[in-house]
Ligand binder design. Structure first.
Ligand SMILES: Nc1ncnc2c1ncn2[C@@H]1O[C@H](COP(=O)(O)OP(=O)(O)OP(=O)(O)O)[C@@H](O)[C@H]1O
Ligand SMILES: [Mg+2]
Length: 256
């Protein structure tokens, strides 16, 4: 079943005298539930913009974006919590509250979902244990290492049990060993049935995870989609052979 679907999505930033910057141009793709998707492309290609649109923190100028079969830019205000529950995100700069502990950071995200305090606490502790962090630590987030902060950010995104986890350059600020650990963690998340979409230009990512779809952006255009290529060749295999089998006895190349 498709969990994420872009159809003809175009999006530009800004108006004014300097004109508009087209960040995405006519982007269409389909991602199946449970996929591990890598979104690649050079700096400025539109990767973060695409993720922002899935989070509904930006709106497309044209086209539709469906999450779990619902057009997220046509949701009523009252349905926004639906989207928040379905999509978790880890940002390039973590966006943690520096003075809050790991547990407080994760708990806050759950409170926003409207859960009861006891459930918030239980879920936040479990999410931190899942990323191998001690929920009891009293240290504020600013005193954690980059890798630990990244784990808190992942725990916060996972705590609400979303259908899709988006991660923007999750290994961007980490050394190779920590990068591998984070990728293994994301891989484990995917094995639990969650769809994972990561934006990166780190080639290490492709070596360390079982990727099910690679989306390549260049100057806002989707220039390659491995799932689309696979779907096309499957469709070709399923359709009738181009040349009818040659009846035995007839010489090859005989003209009727
Ligand atoms: N807030 C903004 N206002 C105006 N233009 C923006 C804004 N954010 C991004 N852009 C422009 O939109 C285009 C796509 O940017 P985006 O951040 O999506 O790229 P990216 O692929 O994530 O790049 P990077 O690998 O450097 O993170 C770029 O031309 C960028 O300059
Ligand atoms: Mg980016």
């Amino acid at each position: 079943m498709p969990i994420l679907e872009f159809s003809g999505v175009t999006m530009s930033y800004g108006t004014g005298a300097r004109g508009r910057t087209a960040a995405l141009r006519d982007v269409s793709f389909v991602t199946s539930e449970g996929a591990f998707v890598v979104l690649t492309g050079p700096s400025g290609a539109g990767k973060s913009t695409l993720l922002k649109l899935v989070l509904a923190s930006a709106r497309p100028d044209a086209g539709t974006i469906r999450v779990a079969d619902r057009d997220i830019h046509r949701l009523r205000k009252s349905s926004i919590p639906y989207l928040r529950r379905n999509v978790g995100a880890v940002f390039q700069d973590f966006k943690l509250l520096p003075d809050a502990t790991a547990l407080e950071n994760v708990a806050l995200a759950l409170q926003v979902l409207g859960l009861r305090p006891a459930e918030v606490d239980a879920r936040a502790r479990k999410a931190l244990r899942d990323v191998e962090l001690d929920p009891a630590t009293k240290r504020s987030s600013r005193c954690l290492s980059g890798g630990e902060q990244q784990r808190v950010a992942i725990a916060r995104a996972l705590a609400g049990d979303p259908a899709i986890l988006l991660a923007d350059e999750p290994t961007g600020n980490l050394d190779p060993r920590l990068s591998r650990e984070i990728l293994e963690l994301l891989q484990a998340v995917r094995r639990r049935g969650m769809t994972v979409v990561i934006a990166t230009h780190d080639p290490l990512v492709l070596d360390h995870v079982e990727v099910s779809q690679i989306l390549s952006l260049s100057m806002g255009r989707l220039v390659n989609d491995t799932a689309a290529v696979a779907a096309t060749s499957e469709a070709c295999m399923a359709s009738a052979p181009l040349s009818a089998p040659i009846p035995s006895g007839e010489p090859i190349g005989a003209v009727a």
